[in-house]
Design a binder for this molecule. Structure first.
Ligand code: ARG
Length: 298
């Protein structure tokens, strides 16, 4: 039976009632050798075709990889593939999971756009080789689902936050809820600039989240405020131009974020987080930053 929550009045649990889930300790990153903006599938890519400085992109990517290593996170690196310029955003092709018996599983995505569909089988092969049980959504039911672009695990708890509207159908979360036997809180996204959940919501720790509120409906915001004690708000400028909310807080303490997000960074520091700034300007041209440039793993 699926357990889907789509409004605050349906929420019949407290975060502290939910089973624990281990914090991911590894990441996968895909080399940006073939990264570029070759087509336009989100508003950020508009006017950016051919504008990526490839050398700079490689530098930025290497720094970010080094940053994960510095935090003690084990890193895996997969080669990029010619003709798949967006594969570098490897949060999108899958949703990994670890169950109570520590079995590692992964649901593969069904990409919304034709240009990105070929990425999924390559990432799937990587998961297969690395011992994950591979699960697929029923394509007759779910037309599109873009992995951790639109699905975020609550920090340390077995609760999934799922979003729909642009790249994912809500029905995907019914299937995922059953496959992983997990509750899912679903949120509608309403602004195409914030086309993935990871552009407007960043899990920080069990009690804290960073969001860009105008990307959500009132109903969604009510659920977010109900389940998090500390809701840190990003300005439109930092969320849209600097991808401040597409940050990553792998351990509940250290936040890796695009450089220059001054206001968000102050709020994060005031809330006790340690902020590490990275330049991801080349990737922002394609509509992604720190969070979607890696996949979290166990
Ligand atoms: N160009 C990519 C796309 O539009 C960027 C994906 C970035 N990923 C993310 N989760 N925000 O699909």
């Amino acid at each position: 039976m699926s357990r889907i929550y789509s409004s605050a009045k349906e929420i019949d649990f407290k975060i502290s009632d939910l089973p624990n889930m281990p914090v991911p300790t590894e990441v996968l990153m895909v080399k940006p050798t073939y990264f570029d903006v070759e087509y336009v599938i989100n508003p950020h890519m508009q006017g950016q075709i051919g504008k990526v400085d490839t050398l700079q992109a490689v530098n930025e990517w290497e720094h970010l990889l080094g940053g994960f290593k510095e935090l003690g996170i084990h890193t895996h690196v997969l080669n990029g593939v010619k003709g798949l310029p967006d594969m570098v955003f490897c949060a999108n092709q899958s949703l990994p999971f670890i169950d109570e018996e520590e079995n590692r599983k992964v649901v593969m995505s069904i990409m919304h756009t034709q240009q990105r569909k070929g990425e999924v089988e390559i990432i799937e092969e990587w998961f297969h080789k690395n011992g994950y049980e591979i699960l697929h959504l029923d394509p007759a039911v779910t037309e599109k689902f873009e992995g951790m672009g639109d699905a975020l695990w609550h920090f340390k708890r077995k609760l999934l936050w799922g979003a729909y509207g642009f790249r994912t159908n809500p029905v995907a979360f019914q299937q995922i809820s059953e496959l992983f036997d997990t509750p899912v809180v679903i949120l509608e996204l309403v602004d195409e600039v914030f086309y993935h959940l990871d552009t407007c919501m960043c899990m920080l720790n069990e009690k804290s989240v960073l969001i860009y509120p105008d990307a959500f409906t009132e109903t969604g915001l009510e659920m977010i405020h109900m389940l998090f004690e500390n809701v840190i708000i990003s300005s439109k400028y930092e969320a849209q131009k600097l991808f401040a909310v597409n940050a990553s807080c792998p351990d509940g303490k250290n936040v890796m974020i695009q450089q220059g997000s001054t206001d968000v960074n102050k709020k994060l520091r005031d809330a006790g987080f340690k902020v590490h700034e990275y330049s991801t300007y080349e990737f922002i041209k394609s509509g992604g930053s720190v969070f979607c440039m890696k996949q979290l793993l166990w």
